[in-house]
Ligand binder design. Structure first.
Ligand code: UD1
Ligand code: CA
Length: 461
């Protein structure tokens, strides 16, 4: 089925002003490349999309690999935004009734509703093109929108080509357009690089269309931040702040409680359930899910992890690629490393590190432990200072602690080793052999008391 709209996303530029080896569109805001926000908008519109790649084309294309249905056009060398569209159009079927959206890849705050309004404006006015403009007190490097005496869009002049008078114009081009496909195709061939940068400017298409008697509309958006293009790391951090603000505002509106939202960073792919509580200075990243009734923070960072219903993550924890089941409690000051599971109603206390370890339901590791490559059953008790020696300098080995086992404080479990169901390990043991179910394992020097030793000891003068 032919889609109702086609999109071209411009992502071939180097982004010189970022002063970075990484292509501009791959710089991350709130944990995702800025290009991907624009691609999300295309996806929401159901647009068939061509991404123009050029500078580090391979890297940009690879970053899009998880997305389906994208086409790519390679622009080499990069001779300007107009040239990018010339290249892209070769990959776009020439069907008469399909409008073509053109979006810069560096506008991550863009909203889908704005693109819908842009398409509706062009269709409603039978214009050859419609573009998004906004007013700014600092028009700086943006292209200025020139209007004729009756107020109609006449052309766009780039800042570097503008006269001093034109530079005073505060209505600027957001680099978001929709075109009648046929008219775009006919006009794009006429571009000339006779300008300050020696480039083929897409913006010149507007003037050419108007000169040919066509109508061009501008959708003047009042929220300028939405149309902000990222050209410098300073702009990137401002955009990122807006993305986070939007996210916390939406979550608050959905019934999530967020303490001091200005200090909380919640990524775009994070899900937070209604009635969850996110405390101050907390960062939720990647594909993290916080279920209803859970509480996280203050000062926690959770990455790609699931925090189950009514679980509590206390102050200053780092949790990565792990799961904390319903009703469990973690922290303060716990480090849950990848591939760990804290079972239902289990407890991980302060200064405890888990790595590739599952702690079964109702089990407790309340203080000062390192548990690595361990499988711990339900209702087990891991005493303060327990360490799994999982690494001998060459290989990592597993530790199993079965249901209901009790590991006394300051024990060292030298893996591979097993503590059987319901077994005890005496405090201070170094366990190098399996402890059978129901047994007591003692592995420490026996204490000997020497009566009267202290008074017989030579005295100091
Ligand atoms: C462009 C517009 C300007 C507008 C501004 C908004 C032109 C000539 N100017 O300027 O009117 O106000 O965006 O942010 O279009 N790109 C390519 N191939 C190229 C050059 C650029 O794909 O040969 C891509 C870039 O990767 C980027 C986008 O086009 O995603 C915009 O390029 P950029 O260099 O940022 O344009 P501006 O100078 O900001
Ligand atoms: Ca730009």
């Amino acid at each position: 089925m032919a889609s109702a709209v086609r999109a071209i996303v411009l992502a071939a530029g180097k982004g010189t002003r970022m002063n970075s080896a990484l292509p501009k569109v791959l710089h991350a805001a709130a944990g995702r490349p800025i290009l991907h926000y624009v691609l999300d908008r295309c996806e929401e519109l159901g647009a068939e999309t061509v991404v123009v790649v050029g500078h580090q084309a391979e890297t940009v294309r690879d970053s899009c690999a998880p997305r389906e249905g994208l086409a790519f056009a390679t622009q080499e060398p990069q001779l300007g935004t107009g040239h990018a569209v010339q290249v892209a159009l070769r990959a776009v079927p020439d069907d008469a009734n399909c409008p073509v959206l053109i979006l810069a890849g560096d506008v991550p705050l863009l909203r889908t509703e704005t693109l819908r309004a842009l398409c509706a404006l062009r269709e409603g006015s039978a214009a050859a093109a419609a573009l998004v403009s906004f007013r700014t007190a600092a028009p700086a490097a943006y292209g200025r929108i020139l209007r004729d005496p009756s107020g109609r869009v006449a052309a766009i002049v780039e800042a570097k080509d503008a006269t001093a008078e034109q530079r005073l114009i505060d209505e600027v081009n957001a680099s978001l357009y929709v075109f009648d496909g046929r008219k775009l195709r006919a006009t794009i061939q006429d571009l000339q690089p006779n300008n300050a940068q020696g480039e083929f400017y897409l913006t010149d298409v507007i003037g050419l269309l108007v000169a040919a008697g066509e109508r061009v509309e501008a959708l003047l958006v009042t929220d300028a931040t939405e149309a902000t293009g990222v050209n410098t790391t300073t702009e990137l951090s401002a955009v990122e702040r807006d993305l986070y603000e939007r996210r916390t505002r939406a979550l608050l509106a959905a019934g999530v409680s967020i303490e001091r939202p200005d200090t909380v960073l919640i990524g775009p792919d994070v899900r937070v359930g209604t009635g969850a509580r996110i405390r101050a200075f907390t960062i939720l990243e990647g594909s993290t899910v916080v279920e209803a009734g859970a509480s996280v923070g203050p000062f926690c960072r959770i990455e790609n992890s699931r925090i189950g219903p009514n679980a509590t993550i206390l102050d200053s924890c780092l949790i990565r690629n792990s799961t904390v089941e319903a009703g469990a409690s973690v922290g303060p000051f716990a480090h849950i490393r990848p591939d760990s599971v804290v079972g239902e109603n289990a407890k991980v206390g302060n200064f405890v590190e888990l790595k590739k370890t599952s702690l079964g339901p109702g089990s407790k590791a309340p203080h000062l432990s390192y548990l690595g490559d361990a499988t711990i059953g339900g209702k087990a008790n891991i005493g303060a200072g327990t360490i799994t020696c999982n690494y001998d300098g060459v290989v990592k080995s597993p530790t199993a602690i079965e249901d209901g086992a009790f590991v006394g404080s300051n024990s060292i479990l030298v893996a591979p080793v097993r503590v059987g169901r319901g077994a005890y390990v005496a405090a201070g043991s170094v366990i190098t052999k399996d402890v059978p179910a129901d047994a007591l394992g003692v592995g420490r020097a026996r204490q000997e008391n020497k009566p009267g030793w202290a008074s017989r000891r030579p005295k100091k003068h």
